[in-house]
Design a protein around this ligand. Structure first.
Ligand code: GRF
Length: 205
C-alpha cells in the first residue's frame, strides 16, 4: 500500500484516474496529498471537495519552495509521488529526497517529444509535424533532467491521418489514465525498482 502525493497544475484528469483506480481496488494506495503550483487549479478544487488534503505553492518564495514541498510531503506521510500535469520544475532537493519514488506521466513516447517546453498541445503538434505513425504515453521516474528519467511503462497510440493535436491528445490522455495507475500499482506491490539507472522487475535478481 502506497501513500501517494499527486502534484498537479491544471484540470487533474490523471488525478481522477488514480482516485478511481484506488476506489475500484486496482491500485493499493491512498492519496494523502494533492499539491498544486497554482491556487486556481481545478484539480485542487476537485480534491478539496472530496476531503483529500491539499496544498498550494502559489506565493511561496522561490528559495523556500523545496523546503515547503518536503514539509508538506513528510507531514502527509508520503512514500511515493505522482506528477500528473505539474507544470513547475521539481527542486533538486525534492528529487534527491524521493529518488526512485517519483514518477511523471508524459503524453508521448519518450525520449522523443520530451524536454523543456514540451507540454500540452505542443507535444502533439510536434508529433504530427514529424509525421511519425505512432505516439503514446510514458510513465517515467523523475530525476534531475526533464523527461529523461528511467522509463517505467509505455503504451502506443497510432497516429491517424486526419489527426489534429486535439484529437491525438484525447486518445493519448485516455491511455495515460490507464497507464499511470498501472505504473503506481507496480511500485505499490514492490514489483519494480530502479537499478543501474533502469526500472527493473524485482523478480529478475
Ligand atoms: C497530461 O497530458 C500529462 O501527460 C501531462 O499533463 C497533462 C495533465 O492532464 N504531463 P490532467 O491535468 O491530468 O488532466
Amino acid at each position: 500500500m502506497l501513500n501517494i502525493a499527486v502534484f498537479v497544475s491544471g484540470r487533474g484528469s490523471n488525478l481522477r484516474a488514480i482516485h478511481e483506480a484506488v476506489e475500484r481496488g486496482t491500485l493499493d494506495a491512498k492519496i494523502v496529498l494533492v499539491l498544486s503550483s497554482r491556487d486556481d487549479a481545478p484539480a485542487l478544487t476537485w480534491a478539496s471537495a472530496r476531503g483529500i488534503p491539499t496544498a498550494s505553492l502559489q506565493g511561496i518564495a522561490a528559495d523556500e519552495v523545496a523546503t515547503n514541498i518536503v514539509q508538506h510531503l513528510e507531514s502527509a506521510g508520503t512514500d511515493f509521488i505522482a506528477l500528473a500535469g505539474y507544470m513547475k520544475r521539481i527542486p533538486e532537493e525534492v528529487v534527491r529526497w524521493y529518488r526512485g519514488r517519483m514518477v511523471n506521466v508524459h503524453p508521448a513516447l519518450l525520449p522523443s517529444f520530451g524536454g523543456k517546453g514540451m507540454y500540452g498541445e505542443r507535444v502533439h503538434k510536434a508529433v504530427l509535424d514529424a509525421g511519425v505513425r505512432v505516439s503514446g504515453a510514458t510513465v517515467h521516474i523523475v530525476d534531475e533532467e526533464y523527461d529523461r528519467g528511467p522509463i517505467v511503462l509505455q503504451r502506443c497510440v497510432p497516429v491517424e491521418e486526419n489527426d489534429t493535436p486535439a484529437s491525438l491528445a484525447e486518445r493519448v490522455l485516455a491511455v495515460e489514465h490507464a497507464l499511470l495507475p498501472e505504473a503506481l500499482q507496480l511500485f505499490s506491490r514492490g514489483q519494480m525498482e530502479v537499478r543501474d539507472g533502469r526500472v527493473q522487475s524485482t523478480k529478475q535478481r
